[in-house]
Structure formats: structure tokens, C-alpha cells
Write a protein that binds this ligand. Structure first.
Ligand SMILES: *Cc1c(COP(=O)(O)O)cnc(C)c1O
Length: 407
């Protein structure tokens, strides 16, 4: 019977069994403490809380820095727009998917960032891929920070340009890379606030290098916009830089803005170039108009309610003061991303698990997301936290056995 089934025979002969083929890699990841798992969030709580496995946890690893994701005003804007416009956009922006709501959001983002135009993308990952590959190809040179976000690393790899990475935050090294290599078009590409370290790029120095070396500085400010700067205009506001210094600015709407999606802001010519050439813009369905409506509401709140940033800044200071007096291994960060360095991935995982059992949710970040030997607890703070939440976290950290506590 078996032998008379020709499909069966050819399958056994030619197709390796996926279970057997894939299992060793997965087992190895588990053994090396590098296996990634998900926790499922249950309904019924909002930041700073989340329900998991029937228990309420306090969350210290979300990117919802201003506590806007659960804001009823965003939910209302989204629901209203969904009723008026439907759920799906139905097509790409260049077909029938580009609505008035998207268009208004783009105009408002352009104004917020002080640029001629802005262009919405479905995600930040796609914005980076589209932006970099529309600007650079085989004949061009890209110089980028070693610790750039994975989406920028992938974008520079995929676009076919020559890529030189420089030591984290080292503008002199960026300068040397540009000096040593040619390229018809030359880009310096960096995160504004680094996603896993929380520190900021030396943007003023990089802007000087770019001007001197005839390069364009491109900044991904996914973690800066909405949070950094007095008016929430991000890392560029902190450094007093404008469109002439940084011709390409990328921002996301799924972090401080509490919504979803991303954008690139720049000159008329840059945005028009992206509309013509950015494949991740052209060949994908436009985000739902209701998502854009929620983002518009968030943008208003980001501008109107600076008290959220003040509260967040006070929490950051409280956490850093407390953690340093406990001797915890802080990193040099002024942003809501406040990682505690652990080193070994197994130990980082153990610390995360110990805290989980005591009601705190803090992700252990391990390679390849961060360099080998620099596994960490990536603590993030949000305006949704109260002072007492930070104090409770510090108290728990002071007792956490897997954390190396010094002085
Ligand atoms: C989160 C993030 C992205 C990706 O944005 P998504 O909208 O989540 O796809 C890009 N760059 C940086 C620095 C980020 O932190």
C-alpha cells in the first residue's frame, strides 16, 4: 500500500522532514538561553499594568512612553474614523488607499517636524527599507553606527550600497570611514536614540562631518520623537538641528504616539523621490485610515500635554538616582530606555523571570539583538507610571539575586 503511493515515496525521498531539520537549531537556542518566547496579554488592564496568565503585572518594557496607547481620545478617534471610512484602506496609497485622513496626518507631521513634507509608511521597518533603498544603490556609500536598529542594518544591506560601520557614537570614526572610501552619493545613517542602549547619537558632530564630507545625514528617531526635547520634537530639537543638517528624518507612530505606523519627513524632492522609488511604500496596502485618525489625535496630545514629558523626565531621574545608589549597572542614557547591564544571557533571563514572579514585566534582551556579552534587562519608563511604581521596581531590583549589585 505504501509503496504503491507514488506521492508518498517521492516525498520521503526528496523532502527533508521539517520537524527533524529545524529542531536542532531550536534546541540549541534553548540550551544557549537565546530562545525567544511570547507572553500573551489578556484583556482588562492598561499601562502600567498588563494581565498575563491570570495575574496582573506591572510593565516596565513597553515603548508606549507617553501612556497614549490606551488613551480614550485615541480610541474614540479610531472608532469614529472606522465607522466613517471603513476598516481596511483597500489598496496602496498610489491606487485608492490614500485618504484625506492620511493626507492631513502627513501635513501635520511635516509641520511638527519643521519640514516641507512627510510621507506615511505602514511600519518603521518598511520606512527604513524604503528610504535607504530609494536613496542608495551599488555606486553609493553608507556609513552607519554599529548599534543602529535592525531595520536600518537590513536596509543598508539590501540596498546594495557599500556599507562601512563605525564604532557606536563615534563621529570621528564616521568621518574616517567617509574619508577612506568613495561613493557617488554618501549617507551617514544613525538612530537618534538607540533602541537597546537608550543613549543619543552625537548628532551635532555627525551633522558637521556630513557637511564637511558631502554626505547626507539620515536619522531614525523612533525613540526620540514625542519624548525628547521641550516640545517633543525629538533628538533634533535637543541638538537644535534642522532640515539642512538632517535631510532625512524617520519617525514612528507606534511608540510615544501610542498608535501604529511610521513616516519619513523631508524636502519636497525627497518625499517625491520616495513616492516614485520606495518599494515598501508603493507595493503595500495603505494603513487603515482609522489608524491615521488615532495618530492625528496623538500628535495633538503630544503637542498640547507637555506635562507628560515632565512627569516622564522626573521618573527617569528618580530611577537613575535610585539605581545608581543601589549600585546597579546603568547605561549612559537620558531617555526612557534605561537598560541594566547583566552580560550573560542566562543570567539576564533568570533576572527577568525572578522579577516576573514578583509582578514585574521586564524583557531580557539578548544576542543577536545586542552584542554578545551585553545581555541586559531593558527597563523602559512611561508617563503612565506613577512615582510609586518606580520605587517598587527599585525595591525589587535591590533584592534580585541574578543582578550583580556593586557599591
Ligand atoms: C521600533 C523601531 C523601528 C521600527 O518601527 P516599527 O514601526 O515598529 O516597524 C525602527 N527603528 C527604530 C530605531 C526602532 O526602535
Amino acid at each position: 500500500m505504501r509503496q504503491s503511493d507514488p506521492c508518498r515515496i517521492s516525498r520521503e525521498r526528496f523532502m527533508p522532514d521539517p520537524e527533524q531539520t529545524l529542531a536542532p537549531d531550536l534546541e540549541q537556542l534553548t540550551a544557549r538561553h537565546l530562545r525567544r518566547t511570547r507572553r500573551t496579554v489578556e484583556q482588562g488592564a492598561r499601562l502600567p499594568f498588563a494581565n498575563v496568565d491570570g495575574r496582573q503585572l506591572r510593565v516596565f518594557c513597553s515603548n508606549d512612553y507617553l501612556g497614549l496607547a490606551h488613551d480614550p481620545r485615541l480610541a474614540e478617534a479610531m472608532a469614529d474614523a472606522a465607522r466613517l471610512w471603513g476598516v481596511g484602506s483597500g489598496a496602496a496609497h498610489l491606487v485608492t488607499g490614500h485618504t484625506e485622513i492620511h493626507h492631513c496626518l502627513e501635513a501635520e507631521l511635516a509641520e511638527f517636524t519643521g519640514r516641507e513634507r512627510a510621507l506615511l509608511f505602514s511600519t518603521g521597518y518598511m520606512a527604513n527599507l524604503g528610504l535607504i533603498s530609494a536613496l542608495a544603490g551599488r555606486r553609493d556609500l553608507i556609513v552607519e553606527d554599529r548599534l543602529n536598529h535592525a531595520s536600518l542594518i537590513d536596509a543598508t544591506r539590501l540596498c546594495g550600497a557599500r556599507v562601512r560601520r563605525y564604532c557606536h557614537g563615534d563621529s570621528a570614526a564616521a568621518d574616517a570611514r567617509l574619508d577612506a572610501a568613495a561613493g557617488e552619493r554618501r549617507l551617514i545613517v544613525t538612530d537618534g536614540v538607540f533602541s537597546m542602549d537608550g543613549d543619543t547619537a552625537p548628532l551635532s558632530d555627525l551633522a558637521r562631518v556630513a557637511a564637511l564630507r558631502d554626505a547626507w545625514l539620515i536619522v531614525d528617531d523612533a525613540h526620540g520623537l514625542g519624548v525628547m526635547g521641550k516640545n517633543g520634537r525629538g533628538s533634533l530639537e535637543v541638538h537644535g538641528l534642522g532640515p539642512d543638517d538632517v535631510p532625512g528624518l524617520m519617525g514612528t507612530l507606534g511608540k510615544a504616539f501610542g498608535a501604529f505606523g511610521a513616516f519619513v519627513a523631508g524636502s519636497h524632492a525627497l518625499i517625491e523621490t520616495l513616492i516614485q522609488h520606495a518599494r515598501t511604500y508603493i507595493y503595500t496596502t495603505a494603513p487603515p485610515p482609522a489608524v491615521a485618525a488615532a495618530a492625528r489625535r496623538a500628535l495633538q496630545i503630544v503637542q498640547d500635554e507637555s506635562g507628560r514629558r515632565d512627569h516622564l523626565a522626573a521618573l527617569i531621574k528618580r530611577f537613575r538616582d535610585g539605581a545608581s545608589s543601589l549600585g546597579l549597572r546603568l547605561m549612559p542614557s537620558a531617555s526612557p530606555i534605561q537598560p541594566l547591564l547583566v552580560g550573560d544571557p542566562g543570567q539576564a533571563l533568570a533576572a527577568s523571570q525572578w522579577l516576573y514572579e514578583r509582578g514585574f514585566w521586564i524583557a531580557a534582551i539578548r544576542p543577536p539583538t545586542v552584542p554578545v556579552g551585553s545581555s541586559r534587562l531593558r527597563v523602559t519608563l512611561s508617563a503612565a507610571h506613577r512615582t510609586g511604581d518606580v520605587d517598587d521596581l527599585l525595591e525589587a531590583l535591590s533584592r534580585c539575586p541574578a543582578l550583580e549589585i556593586g557599591g
